[in-house]
Design a protein around this ligand. Sequence first.
Ligand SMILES: Cc1cc2nc3c(=O)[nH]c(=O)nc-3n(C[C@H](O)[C@H](O)[C@H](O)COP(=O)(O)OP(=O)(O)OC[C@H]3O[C@@H](n4cnc5c(N)ncnc54)[C@H](O)[C@@H]3O)c2cc1C
Length: 404
Amino acid sequence: MISLALTPEQEEMRRVAHEFARREIRPVAAEYDRKEEMAWPVLQKANAAGLLSFGLPEQYGGGGVPGGLVGVTNFIVMEELGWGCPAIATAIGSSVYAAGPILAFGTPGQQEKYIPQFCDQDTVRLGAVCITEPQGGSDVSAMRTTFRRDGDEYVLSGTKCFISNGGIADLHIVFAVERPGAGWSGMAGFIVEKGTPGLEMGKVEQKLGVRSSHTAEVVLSDCRIPAENRLGGANPTVVPGATSDDGARPNPLLLLQYSRMIYAATSIGLARAAYEYALDYASERQSAGRPIADHQAVAAKLADMAMAIDAARLMLWRAGWMVDEGLPLDRGEGSMAKCFAADTAVDVTREAVQILGGHGYMRDHPVERWYRDAKVYQIWEGTNEIQRTIISRALVDQHVRRSR
Ligand SMILES: Cc1cc2nc3c(=O)[nH]c(=O)nc-3n(C[C@H](O)[C@H](O)[C@H](O)COP(=O)(O)OP(=O)(O)OC[C@H]3O[C@@H](n4cnc5c(N)ncnc54)[C@H](O)[C@@H]3O)c2cc1C
């Protein structure tokens, strides 16, 4: 039996997240966008309310919601935070972003040491996941940041770019290769603690949107870390594509398959915010003696916006349901949700600006900011071109397997 009814726990989480977004995020979103600053006071309040750690396992002090970081409950909460402000939602979500690789690939010792830090409701701890490099982000296997073993340490060298929380995070998870060109088989992940000599913040980016989320270069110059900070342990067994239980060779693509769904959730919240605002406006604004919502051209836009948002959410919840059920996403269902939700956010925010006319173009209304914020969802966590490639490859693979 399939049901879309929320459990009482999910209803409660949604209510709490929505109220937080309405009271704490919405009123300050424009100000932090203008200042291009992280909304630290909001992050602190969100942390105290348990909104940073609710998706982390209970055994480490997290909320332990079903499905963890990538289940339907998480998506429900992230949609509400994205409704409040996608940039601030990103800052909230990315605080635990670094917990994902540790949970996926880390040893029990690494999990016991680091995950509780993200569950401390008194102190905000930020994480950063460093994959992208200046010469190209889509072709992850071509990364050039290197690692080498030197006694009881690993030495990391290279430059990562466009890193959310880069240089300010308490923990950086850095992916690197044994030598440039080594590709997947030579790739490993490392936990780098704040203050480690050799890790520095490079250029801080000035962006089109999501301006209150910090984005910067991370420069690793002979950065030495203890050998046990290699994800999967000091001397992990090489099993391509395996999880830490098998002795991991961490592959960031395995991770992105899941983490990109969290971004789908915030982009759905963003699209919903713009749709609701445009609906309100179109119901009030008069033209030719009636509300503009009564004019067919505007009414059709509202219908298209609502349909796309509902379709995106259904697609995302299906993927979350599959994760909850332990089913493999073997038709690229996570990528489908991310890609469709990102396109929806861009389309819906663009049409919201259009429905507000000249007023939509002005900073007096949030649709101007939401339109700028939406674009990044087609770029980060793998561009939408890459998502379509992943989906089509999965479909062709499945077709070939079935026709054998
Ligand atoms: C605000 C922001 C925050 C980010 N945060 C992080 C972070 O925390 N950690 C992190 O590691 N990265 C982060 N990124 C980086 C992001 O994941 C990359 O920008 C993205 O993966 C694309 O890489 P690129 O910019 O190098 O573009 P490129 O890979 O150079 O791609 C350029 C264009 O070519 C297309 N293209 C490239 N290869 C192919 C292909 N094989 N098939 C079809 N089309 C292709 C792309 O779709 C794109 O349109 C962030 C980016 C932004 C903008």
